[in-house]
Design a protein around this ligand. Structure first.
Ligand code: AHR
Length: 662
């Protein structure tokens, strides 16, 4: 017995000695003084169509290349029962016809000739397959125009990866005009890699276009809608704003492929498709089948912002293509159309319906304005050529819409010559908001938790517009959304929160990635065709944004702000609505840490505090499609004595502590 006890002691004593390698930390939250009001826009989201985030992702369309407009018109399609290398096919054939100028935004369609009763078909592979769920209904539509005296019937079937039929429907197009035909298909079973087969049977010729398949259950059950599970992740963040449509996608690799919002609104079949700039950007992650159909366009972005209760923040091309790519610029004397796009966008979003652009918003079903208050001029631009263009935009926008806040870019890097130049110029101009981006190693984020402590309180506001800790290096395909990166972001975000007087908007980037079709990692939310999961970084964002509060409070260790002493980072807010003090506190160390947190300046606190813990067992821990819940927040209550919470912080942990101030 003695021997057993001794062995146990041998094991336990060293463990106890190492459990707390630092003395307890006495922390004070000064709850009687608001340092700054937290803006409603504080924590937001950044959306860019990268990693198949729009087509193949948020946009719920399941058919890839539905209108045959990809450079290779039958990309994504396979002919079934075809014998195209003969003049006398016994089944049928497809001829891609280009109407050119006659239908410049959607020039191509397919002319299907059916010869005999064996039938001819087209099969669509979807976006790395189609996600089909058992029991769900799918809405098939197509534009068709049968030729005179044709008797062509259309049989539609969904098949799983093994070729087994999952559901079917049929159509009989009549009359020679282009008409929209539709059919519903109920799925018998699930498969993330399903296909859509369209069989043409009978005899004759039929022209087809805009072949589309959507789940009936989209977000808010809207036609042409979004994947409900993916929007739910965004709604759960309760974002203060949504930045769209990017990112570099705004700029294009060259000016011709820049994002032009006017081509993304109105009838879906008239929105002009273009290549996605991330298509072949990275040789190590080519995606030659990545295009932008713009089925998810600016109207839908505004509507999404409204659904989420988020302020819309569109970023527009300023006449400069991506400076990492072609760096093409529009000459100053030809900048007017670009500026006009910005003015017209404000009208589209906010106008009263009597102007052409606001009437279009009305006609699309949204009479009420979208309440646009901010607009970004350019994405990651730099140099005097940007300043010149930014000034021209600002002059025109402020002259017509003086209340609109303008976001200026501070380029791609958070420090260095380009940053310093832009920062100096934009501060001298008293710019409304400056957009800073930082993709860096976790250590950079820890070191920069105090980045904004000395920023001018009376100068421009900062938009932390794109940030993410990189486990390896920026653009490395080996980057992981691991716990180390999430924890470093949490520590850094305490610095953003503490400086809400200056930093008014923050968004992690990029937002979404398809597990089979991504170009850029890390990303906040990953998905396949049926499932999705939040990364540890997502839960960090959620904990900040769901605990936003209304006023910043000081958090002190001794007399100094707590910004990394003993590896601990913290920030605190008061929530006027719930009368709570909310502390976010992070232990970046690998040992237990005792933190005794006193809420100073209140009469009395609640007797219990609600504590949320987010932690990974190791720095390398990740969530995944197979194991989506490895790192998840958990909640418990702990006692508060004498307005003090005694928190034994686990290694590598992030806590949110809510205490009522009575
Ligand atoms: O978020 C991915 C890319 O990173 C964005 O498109 C760009 O703005 C930044 O360089």
């Amino acid at each position: 017995m003695k021997r057993v006890l001794f062995s146990v002691l041998l094991l336990v004593v060293p463990a106890l000695q190492h459990a707390f390698s630092q003395p307890p930390l006495a922390i004070k939250v000064k709850a009687d003084k608001s340092i700054a009001a937290i803006p409603s826009t504080m924590w937001g989201i950044f959306f860019e169509d990268i990693n198949f985030a729009a087509d193949g992702g948020l946009y719920a369309e399941l058919v890839k290349n539905r209108s045959f407009e990809f450079d290779a018109p039958l990309m994504g399609w396979k002919e079934l029962n075809s014998n195209k290398y003969t003049l006398n096919t016994t089944s049928g054939s497809a001829l891609v016809i280009n109407r050119g100028e006659q239908s410049s935004s959607n020039p191509r369609f397919a002319r299907i000739t059916v010869i005999g009763n064996s039938g001819y078909g087209l099969s669509n592979e979807g976006f790395r397959g189609m996600g089909i769920k058992e029991g769900m209904t799918y809405h098939f539509t197509m534009l068709a125009s049968p030729h005179k005296e044709s008797a062509v019937k259309i049989r539609i079937e969904l098949t799983d990866a093994n070729g087994k039929i999952m559901g079917k429907a049929s159509l009989s197009p009549q009359g020679e005009d282009w008409k929209k035909y539709s059919a519903d298909i109920k799925a018998s079973h699930s498969d993330p890699k399903a296909k859509l087969n369209i069989w043409f049977e009978g005899k004759g010729v039929v022209d087809v276009d805009m072949i589309s398949l959507f789940p009936a259950a989209t977000w808010k059950n809207r036609p042409n809608g979004m994947r409900a599970d993916l929007v739910q992740w965004l709604a759960d963040l309760k974002p203060g704003f949504i930045r769209f449509p990017g990112g570099c996608i705004v700029e294009g690799r060259e000016l011709a492929t820049r994002y032009q919002w006017k081509k993304t609104v109105g009838d879906v079949d008239k929105r002009e498709l273009i290549v996605n700039r991330w298509n072949t950007e990275f040789a190590h992650r080519p995606a030659p089948d990545y295009y932008q159909s713009f089925g998810l366009g600016f109207f839908e972005y505004f509507q999404l912002a409204e659904d989420l209760g988020a302020a819309p923040l569109p970023i527009l091309s300023c006449g400069m293509a991506c400076q990492f790519n072609s760096a093409e610029v529009t000459p100053m004397e030809e900048l007017d159309p670009y500026i006009q796009d910005a003015l017209d966008l404000i009208d589209f979003a906010n106008g009263d319906g009597t102007t052409a652009w606001s009437k279009l918003r009305h006609d699309m079903g949204h009479a009420a304005p979208f309440n646009l208050t901010m607009i970004g001029v350019g994405n990651e631009q730099w140099g005097p050529q940007y300043l010149e263009r930014y000034l021209a935009f600002t002059k025109a926008i402020k002259a017509k819409y003086p209340k609109i806040k303008i976001v200026a870019s501070n380029g791609p890097f958070p420090e260095g010559e380009l940053f310093d130049y832009a920062d100096k110029e934009f501060r001298a101009l008293d710019t409304d908001i400056i957009d800073e981006h930082y993709y860096n190693k976790p250590e950079w984020f820890l070191k920069n938790a105090t980045r904004y402590d000395n920023y001018d309180r009376n100068g421009p506001k900062v938009f932390a517009g794109e940030y993410a800790a990189q486990s390896v290096n920026t653009v490395s395909p080996l980057n992981q959304n691991n716990w180390e990166t999430a924890l470093a972001e949490a520590a850094f975000m305490t610095g953003l929160e503490r400086n809400a007087a200056v930093v008014n908007l923050c968004s992690y980037a990029p937002l979404f990635a398809h597990v089979d079709a991504w170009q850029w990692t890390p990303d906040l939310i990953w998905f396949d065709n049926l499932q999705s999961y939040g990364t540890p970084n997502y839960y960090v964002q959620k904990l900040f944004s769901n605990n936003k509060g209304s006023d910043v409070l000081a958090v002190l260790s001794g007399n100094a702000p707590l910004t990394g002493q003993q590896g601990i980072y913290a920030s605190a807010v008061r929530d006027k609505n719930s009368s709570e003090v909310i502390l976010k506190i992070i232990n970046t160390g690998t040992t237990l840490q005792q933190a005794n947190v006193t809420i100073d300046g209140i009469k009395k606190s609640s007797s219990m505090a609600r504590v949320t813990l987010l932690k990974g067992a190791t720095k390398e821990a990740v969530n995944s499609i197979e194991n989506p819940f490895t790192i998840l927040p958990s909640e418990k209550e702990i006692k508060v004595s004498n307005n003090t919470v005694s928190l034994t912080m686990e290694p590598l942990s992030f806590y949110v502590v809510r205490v009522k101030a009575l």
